[in-house]
Ligand binder design. Structure first.
Ligand code: ZN
Ligand code: ZN
Length: 416
């Protein structure tokens, strides 16, 4: 087998790995760098990696692509992929990428692709390589993959953590795919232990939000990712406990429908009495949502700025700039701001400076804490470890107390 990591050996995100056995070539993830989130005007073609036979204007020679989860640093190159190459992913991710992502600014479009659903623990044979999907804790329906060509067995973690209520999935990966020849493993938090202790679990995040909003007597805004289903659940729980109403936008409401399909335990929006929808979104999204028929689907849940202005302290508002600006300029004197995303975005974007004195960070990482990864490495007991999605590839030996780390550079071909 041959491996080439085109991107991700020395940075967090943008993963794209090729594994080849005989004439069969597969890709694991096709991501764009995280920096792309802050460079919205840069076309994705700028982030291409040099995979031969992957892109639209080439003869397709990659046999299949397997995507781990719903973050662009793992799927962002897909719009450029040749339509003849089948792309495997979970059903949930398929829905998110084809129904929800196109609504966002930039008009993400992968309608040309041959997308095939793969279930957790299902195997697919591509040439002489068998690929098995393994569910892990990280994002809705996130997968790791196990790859076997009959001679070598490889496990790729994708992004992984061990501290939400889905954590048993990640520990099951260590059991089900035990003793692989190679473990391609993410190490996001080896360089970023921030906020680890204060909110170590998703439940502690929910409690933290509850405590902040409960008796504050103020309106609270929250910046969070609608695609973080665990966080959405935590916020709904916090609102229940604190008797507040959670105000979301129609885009988030559409994701609620998908979350319900994914897990019947996730309530139907119509049954959530304390969730309301504010419809004032930016024009581009409104137009696309209207076209897709999703915009008015939940119109009975509508709330207006005027209604909120009458009793602002009753609401936790998903940060929606129109509404935030209106309330801050015209209605409220004091407020709280919960920042519930990765700390790095907050420090890098100066638009946050003016809210500085109001912000409380309440977040737990989507990625494994060092001690959990150490335990995982022991349990899965791989013959070799290949670092990815990390800024600390040279520290793996020391951190994990092992000698069998294969450190690669981007675009380096290696026979394994
Ligand atoms: Zn990632
Ligand atoms: Zn991720």
């Amino acid at each position: 087998m041959k491996i080439c990591i085109y991107r991700g050996t020395n940075e967090i995100g943008g993963n794209c790995i090729e594994l080849a056995s005989g004439k069969t070539r597969i890709l694991l993830d096709a991501g764009i760098p995280l920096i792309s989130m802050e460079q919205k005007d840069v076309p994705i073609s700028e982030y291409k990696v040099p995979v031969v036979g992957l892109y639209e204007n080439e003869t397709p020679t990659v046999n299949a692509i397997f995507i781990t989860h719903c973050h662009p640093d793992h799927y962002g190159l897909l719009p450029l992929v040749n339509k003849k190459i089948p792309v495997y992913m979970s059903k949930t991710l398929h829905k998110i990428l084809t129904k929800i992502q196109p609504l966002l600014p930039g008009g993400f479009d992968i309608s040309h692709l041959d997308i095939r659903d793969i279930d957790a623990d299902e195997s697919v044979k591509i040439g002489n390589i068998t690929i098995t999907a393994r569910a892990v804790d990280h994002a809705p329906s996130a997968y790791a993959y196990e790859i076997d060509d009959g001679k070598k067995r490889i496990v790729y973690t994708g992004d992984i953590r061990f501290h939400s209520n889905q954590r048993m999935k990640s520990w099951a990966l260590a059991r089900k795919s035990k003793n692989p020849d190679y473990l391609i493993m993410e190490g996001t938090r080896l360089s970023r232990p921030e906020l680890t202790e204060k909110y170590p679990t998703e439940e502690s995040v929910s409690r933290g939000i509850t405590d902040l909003i409960k008796d504050s007597g103020k309106v609270t805004f929250i910046t969070m990712s609608s695609q973080n289903m665990d966080r959405v659940v935590s916020v709904i729980k916090a609102c229940n406990r604190a008797k507040k109403t959670f105000v979301i936008d129609p885009y988030t409401a559409s994701l609620f429908d998908i979350y319900h399909e994914l897990s019947p335990k996730f309530p139907l929006l119509k049954d959530l009495d304390n969730v309301r929808i504010y419809f004032g979104m930016s024009d581009g999204i409104v137009e696309r949502m209207k076209k897709s028929g999703l915009f008015y689907k939940h119109k009975s849940k509508k709330i207006t700025a005027k209604e909120i202005a009458q009793n602002p302290d009753r609401y936790l508002i998903k940060n929606n700039l129109n509404l935030t600006r209106y309330l801050l300029n015209n209605v409220v004197k004091d407020y709280d701001f919960i920042y519930s995303m990765w700390h790095g975005y907050l420090t890098r974007q100066h638009t946050w400076d003016k809210f500085k004195n109001h912000i409380t960070e309440i977040h737990t990482s989507g990625h494994a804490a060092i001690k959990d990864l150490q335990k995982f490495v022991k349990q899965i007991d791989a013959k070799n470890i290949i670092p990815i999605h990390t800024e600390c590839k040279n520290d793996y030996e020391k951190i994990f107390g092992v000698k069998n780390v294969i450190v690669l550079n981007d675009n380096e071909q290696k026979r394994i």
